[in-house]
Design a protein around this ligand. Structure first.
Ligand code: ADP
Ligand code: MG
Length: 204
């Protein structure tokens, strides 16, 4: 398998705190990789460096052969599903899902088509006009996932995306995540502190 993502000596230090201590890791195209670790082990910091939101103190990130140093989040072939979803409360569902498309210059019928297609993928095709405050927690989680997938990133970064869901819904979404990943064929890097979840969904 070719190496899509290569992390070399990746490290992040804050004054006196080592948040991520020299990570070396290679990830193949189309893999569903789960990083498992307790709270405070550096999972969010690692994903934030991959997504371009935090500058590493040392080390390199290569994606598809390109060095990501100095590349802004919008220009990376990544998208992130944040732990708290970070949906835009003043935009309806369709505009949340279409936000990244607009940022990438995709407009008009193509934008509309991609929004519909992605909403169908997460089972919320009838929710386009809803406000975010009119959604359940599980539905918000799906919209956050749809928003990230809509831009068709090469690598999808998921920061404990199921952490806020109750157990039954979490189990259901685990299965759906695996199904969606197979369907879209993207590389997923998912972090969690939940061992049962990691074992249920990971290729590795
Ligand atoms: P996780 O996501 O696994 O819970 P984090 O990546 O959020 O872990 O944090 C890893 C470590 O780095 C923790 O000890 C945390 O307190 C510290 N840390 C994270 N962000 C900052 C920051 N902006 N300033 C100082 N320390 C931080
Ligand atoms: Mg975290």
């Amino acid at each position: 398998m070719s190496h899509l993502v290569i992390l070399e000596g990746l490290r992040k230090e804050y004054d006196g705190i080592t948040a991520v201590k020299s990570v070396d890791l290679t990830i193949g195209r189309g893999e569903f990789v789960v990083l498992l670790g307790p709270s405070g082990s550096g999972k969010t910091t690692l994903l934030s460096m991959l997504g371009g939101f935090i500058e590493p103190t040392a080390g390199r990130i290569l994606i598809d052969g390109a060095d990501m140093a100095g590349v802004s989040p919008a220009l990376r072939p990544t998208a992130t599903v944040f732990q708290d979803y970070a949906l835009f409360p003043h935009m309806n569902v369709a505009n949340n899902v279409g936000f990244g498309l607009t940022m990438h210059g995709i407009r008009g019928p193509e934008r509309k088509r991609r929004i519909e297609e992605t909403l169908a993928l997460v089972g919320l095709e009838d929710f386009a006009k809803r406000g975010i405050h009119q959604l359940s927690g599980g539905q918000r989680q799906r919209i956050a996932l749809a928003r990230a997938i809509a831009v068709q990133p090469t690598v999808l970064l998921l920061d404990e995306p199921l952490g806020a869901l109750d157990l039954a819904l979490r189990r259901q979404m685990q299965e759906e995540l695996v199904h969606i990943q197979r369907e879209v064929g993207m590389t997923f890097i998912h972090v969690t502190h939940n061992q049962e979840e990691a074992m249920a969904i990971a290729d590795r």
